[in-house]
Each structure stands twice: as structure tokens, then as C-alpha cells.
Write a protein that binds this ligand. Structure first.
Ligand code: HDD
Length: 698
């Protein structure tokens, strides 16, 4: 093929900066010479006339070493990959804005939090922890929720997770927990899973992991989307206001769309059918104009010296403070509304670091946090190949930088002057120190020991609190998750040991899991725990927002297309997306009710839809009984999704044996039908159906 040459009538491609940033964010633009001009060149700017044939000694001869273009092209390609993150390798990100409500000024002087209406650019990367870069999104795992605020005072990174506690209390155990969770070192299996012997071996022996394990085994381990995840800073930080007063804080992200999850079978199917399930959902929604939204919340505790609150050790990252004891105060809103332009330049090269702090925010002595302060910069040195990664466009602060740091691998700045040292006279004495970041002078005093506070020894009361705060259906999911994961272990001793951990949390839970594994339940007695914390449950009693939810309408040649159009309106007004599914692709009908078929019975699978509706007019079609369509409906039914039909569409449901709670039937898709459908979708799942579908199937 001849080299691609732009035709004269073809518009020149739109020029965007490598980070796709607007003029307001021009500071972050990459090298403007990276994609200049319309002509293909070498890295040296030499225009090329052929990029399809290597230079050979005759058309049938060997390639010649002198072919500089061949060598440059292949050499660069050979070095395109950088090491993936040692944890959180699989991720997806978006740009957005944080707007402060202005009510945090009494707690912190950090400008981006304290000034009412202050807008700050952000970049957020979501991730799984264990899987490799190409692993599936919907595996059971913790999700990373890392936020980079490009504030006027420098970058502030809040590097959190969707789970408020961690497996370990001291960073020195991080290599242990990750080695245990990663695939087995001999065969490198299983990928992106905790359901294997080494993980359960470790967490059975290392019981401070129990609380985090319970969150992982709960529905929190399989979120419906990034939009429906909470986020947590995990550690306790210290805030300082303009008068120098301090307060301790835990950071929370509250999703406006509510906290919702997949069911396990759905997550497993999605891992195969659409490994990009979460990143696709985020990118598609943003492109469709439905941004992801969260509110930032603060749980504040007096900084009275003890670093405990209501008996809970605030330096122990395996503990939460129930919201009933310390309410979460909402101080600002995060909106993610812009997809990255280039995955590698932005999502892959972004480098978070807990030491990226701004005045008004300080670290505490949490030993997990202390170790993290070392690890993040250290890992970037290998991953990004040297000490200048803060010059990469995605990592550059949106404020002036004058750091006296010089040279090193991949230096792109051309620094001027002679005196990158202080004090100096040669460069006029600058750059000058000023009223910048000052650590709170917290007194540090104590013997040099390798010890934890005694309070860190309580490993079971909080997982018990968590488990007992959930509804019955959520507890069933936990029992099923433990039975599945331990059932995947080969070593009987590992399963037996973990049952002794479960026995300390809840006798009935332990007995259920033991029965599932075919093992005797140990007789250890459960711990006592405090009051339950209902805010830990995800189940909602009143319908919430349905932004970004996907509704599939099963149609076909004889379908009531006007009805589909009528239903589309209220769904889209509520922020949901309607997708037409039909036996074959193409377009159904014409005129104003024309429907584009977006999924066929071959390409559609239930996991893509939050709810399904059968249009009138398809029941008599020979395709109505198509096995693939039936499986789709039955899966949606088993996964507790709302299912509807109008007119003779009801016959299709009856034919598949689908009836009962959450099955909405109507004569037409009128207002009443649409309203009840939107409400059912807003409840996320039809939990009343859970008992009637076999527990082991969800
Ligand atoms: Fe970590 C990445 C979150 C403990 C060492 N971590 C990483 C990311 C997130 C977290 C969200 C991905 C950032 C991105 O998207 O680029 N990590 C946590 C949380 C923890 C935690 C919430 C406990 C509360 N991490 C932790 C410990 C250590 C690390 C104790 C080491 C002692 N984490 C790293 C790392 C990573 C990382 C090796 C890998 C890639 C990177 O940093 O940039 O440094």
C-alpha cells in the first residue's frame, strides 16, 4: 500500500495538545512539536517518502543495516512499554474539577478547600490492585481512587481506595500482603484474584487483615461502576486552619449516584464478555455528557493528643469511625467530565505521592502512612525512569515551579542561571523561601522500638461491626464470597484456619461457609462489637439517581417503535441510556420513530444492562424464543434487575418463566409505566426477588 497521504479536500485533523487541555489549562500542554505539520517525518524531522518497505539489496534481498528509518522505527517500538505499576497496574482515569463549598475554612487553610466556589483542576485514576495492566475490570478486589488536585499552592494528592481500611497496620508488611495476593510465583496464576492459597494463607495467619478482607468479600469488592463507588483517604490526616489550630480528619468521597455493586455471577461474566467494563462505562458516560460526580466529606476529630476517638485508635488504618459517631461533613464537589486524550501520556504516566501536600494538610504518625510517604516517589524512579517525572505534563503543577532541582535522566527543562544552590549571590540570591509549607510542630518522643500500640491488637471487633451492620442479603453475599474464595484453595489447612477467623466474627456465618466447604465449623466464640452502623449498608430504601444506567429494549421487525421512542424520553431525562436490542443489526422503521439497533442477540449480553424491557409486537416473531435472548433475560432476572414489558411483550417474559417482584408489565409505555420503571432502576436491584432465585446463583 502507498503511504497515507492527505487528500486536498480532506480537512486537516483537529490539533489538540498531547494532554487535550483547554486554554485555561494551557500550562499543562505537552511539547507542541510532537505532532506538528501534516507530513510523516523521522524523529529528526526528516520527511519520509516510504514507511512500508525496508531498504533491501534488491526486492528479494536482505534488509540493509544502513536503513536508518527501519532502525529508528523498530528501536522506538521495542522500547514503548514502561514497567507496569507493581500494584494498581490496571487503571483508567478522567479529568475534572473540584469546587469548594467554602465551609471547611474553620478546619483548614488549604485554599482549594476553604475558599467558597474555588475551582481546582483534578485528575483522578481508578484502579484494581492485584491484576496486571491487561486484566479484567470486574474482578473481586479493592479499587484505587487516586485524586491529584492541581491547586494554586502546588499539587495535593489524595491517594485512596474504595474501602476505608487496609490489610496491614504497618507499611513494612506491604511486600508480604502483595506477594500473597499476586499470582503464584511458579505458574503466575491466578490473574487478578484473591481466590487462591497464598492469599488465604497470609490473611488467615495475619488477622489484622480481617476487616479489609470482609469489605473485599462484601459487595464493595465488585462495584457496579466507578460512578457508584465511595472513596476513602483511609488514614487520619491533620488539618490546620488560618489561626494555627489543628484537627484530625478522615477524607471520604460520596458518590452522588449512590453506592452500588454488581452481583458476583454478573461480575464474573463481565470479566470475560467485557474486560473493560468499568473503563468503558466511565469513558462512554463522560463522552455522552453524563459526568461522574462525588462530594468530598470530612470526618473531624479533636486533635487533643491521644489520637483516639470514642475509644477508636485513629492511627490504626484497619479501623473506621462509624459515621453515626462522627458525621461526614460535605465540603466540596468533584466532577469528572473530560476523558484523557492519550492513555499513556496521562493515565499511565501520572505519578501520585502522599507527600504531595499543601499548607493546611499534614500527615500523622499512622505507620502505614509513614511508609507510604517513602514508597511512591521511589517506585516512580523505576517506573518512569528517573527523577524528572514531575516535569511530565500530567504531573506538572498548575502553579509556578522554581525548585533548584537539576539535570538527571529525561531532563526537559533548559534551566538558566549559574547558582542552583542557596544561599547565593550570583543569581541575585533567589529563588527565595517565603511563607510556605510549615510542618505542625507535633512533639515526637519515645524509645526506638519495633512495636505497635496495644490497641492495634484488636483485629475482630470492627469486622464484626461491619458484618452486623449489613442487611441480610448483603450478609448472604459475604457468605457466598467466602465459600467461593476458600473453595478455590487447594490446602485444607488454609481453609480450616480461615474458618477459625470467621468463627471469631459470627457463628452462623462460619457455619454456613464451613458447610459450603464440607468442613466442620470450629467452636471458637465470636467477639463482641459495639452498636451497628447502618450507614455501612449499600441497600437503599428509596430510589436514587439513575444517571449513566443502561436500559436494553428488546425489539425486532414488528416492534412498537413509537412506544420505544416514548419510553426513551423519560429515561434519557433521568440520565439513563436506552439501547435497542434486536435479532439482527440495522435500522428498524423510518421517520421519527426510527430505531437504530445498537446490540443484536449475538452481541448483547445481560451484564451490559441495568434493566431490560420487551417492546410490544415481538412476541409472535420466530426470534422471540431465541436461546441467546432467553439467556439474557434469565440472567438479568437472576441478577435481580428490573425487567419490564408492555403489550404482548409480556408473553416473552411468561415464556421464559419470568414473573414476580420487579417484573413490571403495562399495556403501553405510558407515564405510569415509565415512572415505575425509573423508580425500580433507582433502587438498583430487586432485592425482594433474592430469596426466590437460588442463592448460589447470585
Ligand atoms: Fe499504594 C499505588 C492506594 C498502601 C505502595 N496505592 C497505589 C495507588 C493507589 C494506592 C490508589 C494507585 C495510584 C495510581 O493510580 O497511580 N496504597 C493505597 C492505599 C493504601 C496503600 C489506599 C493504604 C491505605 N501503597 C500502600 C503501602 C505501600 C504502597 C503501604 C508501600 C509501602 N502504592 C504503592 C506503590 C504504588 C502504589 C508501590 C504502585 C504504583 C505507584 O505507587 O505509583 O508505591
Amino acid at each position: 500500500m502507498p503511504p497515507a497521504k492527505r487528500q486536498p479536500d480532506q480537512a486537516a485533523p483537529k490539533k489538540v495538545s498531547p494532554t487535550g487541555r483547554s486554554e485555561r489549562e494551557g500550562l499543562l500542554g505537552g511539547d507542541p512539536r510532537a505532532q506538528a505539520g501534516d507530513h510523516l517525518t523521522t524523529a529528526q524531522g526528516l520527511r519520509l517518502s516510504d514507511t512500508d518497505h525496508s531498504l533491501k539489496a534488491g526486492p528479494r534481498g536482505p534488509s540493509l543495516l544502513e536503513d536508518h528509518h527501519l532502525r529508528e522505527k523498530i528501536t522506538h517500538f521495542d522500547h514503548e512499554r514502561i514497567p507496569e505499576r507493581v500494584v494498581h497496574a490496571r487503571g483508567a482515569a478522567a479529568h475534572g474539577t473540584f469546587v469548594a463549598y467554602g465551609n471547611a475554612a474553620s478546619a483548614t487553610k488549604a485554599g482549594f478547600l476553604s475558599q467558597k466556589g474555588k475551582e481546582t483542576d483534578v485528575f483522578v485514576r481508578f484502579s484494581t490492585v492485584l491484576g496486571s495492566r491487561g486484566s479484567a475490570d470486574t474482578v473481586r478486589d479493592t479499587r484505587g481512587f487516586a485524586v491529584k488536585f492541581y491547586t494554586d499552592e502546588g499539587n495535593f494528592d489524595l491517594v485512596g481506595n474504595n474501602i476505608p481500611v487496609f490489610f496491614i497496620q504497618d507499611a513494612i508488611k506491604f511486600p508480604d500482603v502483595i506477594h500473597a495476593g499476586k499470582p503464584h510465583p511458579d505458574r503466575e496464576i491466578p490473574q487478578a484474584q484473591s481466590a487462591h492459597d497464598t492469599f488465604w494463607d497470609f490473611v488467615g495467619l495475619h488477622t489484622e487483615a480481617t476487616h479489609h478482607v470482609f469489605w473485599n468479600m462484601s459487595d464493595r469488592g465488585i462495584p457496579r461502576s466507578y460512578r457508584t463507588m465511595e472513596g476513602f483517604g483511609v488514614h487520619t490526616f491533620r488539618l490546620e486552619n488560618g489561626s494555627g489550630e489543628t484537627v484530625l480528619v478522615k477524607f471520604h468521597w460520596k458518590p452522588i449516584a449512590g453506592v452500588h455493586s454488581l452481583v458476583w455471577e454478573e461480575a464474573q461474566i463481565a470479566a470475560g464478555v467485557d474486560p473493560d467494563f468499568h473503563r468503558r462505562d466511565m469513558a462512554d458516560s463522560i463522552e455522552a455528557g453524563a459526568p461522574l460526580e462525588y462530594e468530598l466529606g470530612l470526618q473531624l476529630f479533636p486533635d487533643s493528643g491521644e489520637e483516639t476517638f470514642e475509644g477508636i485508635d485513629l492511627l490504626d488504618p484497619t479501623k473506621i469511625v462509624p459515621e453515626e459517631l462522627a458525621p461526614v461533613q460535605l465540603v466540596g464537589k468533584l466532577t469528572l467530565d473530560r476523558n484523557p486524550t492519550n492513555y499513556f501520556a496521562e493515565t499511565e504516566q501520572v505519578a501520585f505521592h502522599l507527600g504531595n501536600l499543601v499548607p493546611g494538610i499534614h500527615v500523622t504518625n499512622d505507620p502505614l502512612l509513614q511508609g507510604r510517604l517513602f514508597s511512591y516517589v521511589d517506585t516512580q524512579l523505576t517506573r518512569l525512569g528517573g527523577p524528572n517525572f514531575s516535569q511530565l505534563p500530567i504531573n506538572r503543577p498548575h502553579t509556578e515551579v522554581n525548585d533548584n532541582l537539576r539535570d538527571g535522566m529525561h531532563q526537559t527543562a533548559v534551566h538558566t542561571g549559574l547558582a542552583p544552590y542557596l544561599p547565593n549571590t550570583i543569581d541575585g540570591g533567589g529563588p527565595f523561601t517565603t511563607d510556605g509549607y510549615v510542618e505542625v510542630p507535633v512533639l515526637v518522643d519515645g524509645p526506638k522500638v519495633r512495636q505497635n500500640p496495644v490497641s492495634f491488637d484488636d483485629h475482630f471487633s470492627q469486622p464484626a461491626l461491619f458484618y452486623h451492620s449489613l442487611t441480610a442479603v448483603e450478609q448472604v453475599h459475604i457468605a457466598e464470597a467466602f465459600t467461593f474464595e476458600l473453595g478455590k484453595c487447594y490446602e485444607q489447612a488454609i481453609k480450616e484456619r480461615y474458618l477459625t477467623v470467621l468463627a471469631r466474627i459470627d457463628t452462623a456465618l462460619c457455619e454456613t461457609v464451613a458447610a459450603g466447604l464440607g468442613l466442620p465449623a470450629p467452636s471458637d466464640k465470636p467477639v463482641t462489637h459495639g452498636d451497628v452502623s447502618p450507614t455501612l449498608s449499600q441497600i437503599v430504601a428509596a430510589p436514587g439517581p439513575i444517571t449513566g444506567r443502561i436500559v436494553g429494549v428488546v425489539a425486532g421487525p414488528g416492534a412498537d417503535l413509537a412506544g420505544i421512542e416514548k419510553l426513551r424520553k423519560p429515561l434519557e431525562e433521568a440520565g439513563a441510556v436506552l439501547r435497542v436490542i434486536a435479532p439482527q443489526g440495522g435500522i428498524l422503521g423510518k421517520g421519527k420513530n426510527k430505531q437504530v439497533v445498537e446490540r443484536t442477540f449475538v452481541t448483547a449480553r445481560s451484564i451490559e444492562f441495568d434493566a431490560l424491557v420487551i417492546a410490544a409486537g415481538v412476541a409472535e416473531s420466530p426470534d422471540a424464543g431465541d436461546i441467546k435472548a432467553q439467556i439474557m433475560l434469565l440472567e438479568a432476572f437472576r441478577h435481580l434487575k428490573a425487567i419490564g414489558a408492555w403489550g404482548d411483550g409480556a408473553k416473552v417474559l411468561a415464556g421464559a418463566g419470568i414473573s414476580g417482584p420487579g417484573v413490571l408489565l403495562g399495556d403501553s409505555p405510558d407515564e405510569e409505566f415509565a415512572t415505575s420503571f425509573v423508580a425500580a432502576l433507582g433502587l438498583h436491584r430487586v432485592w425482594e426477588r433474592a430469596d426466590s432465585v437460588m442463592a448460589s446463583q447470585v
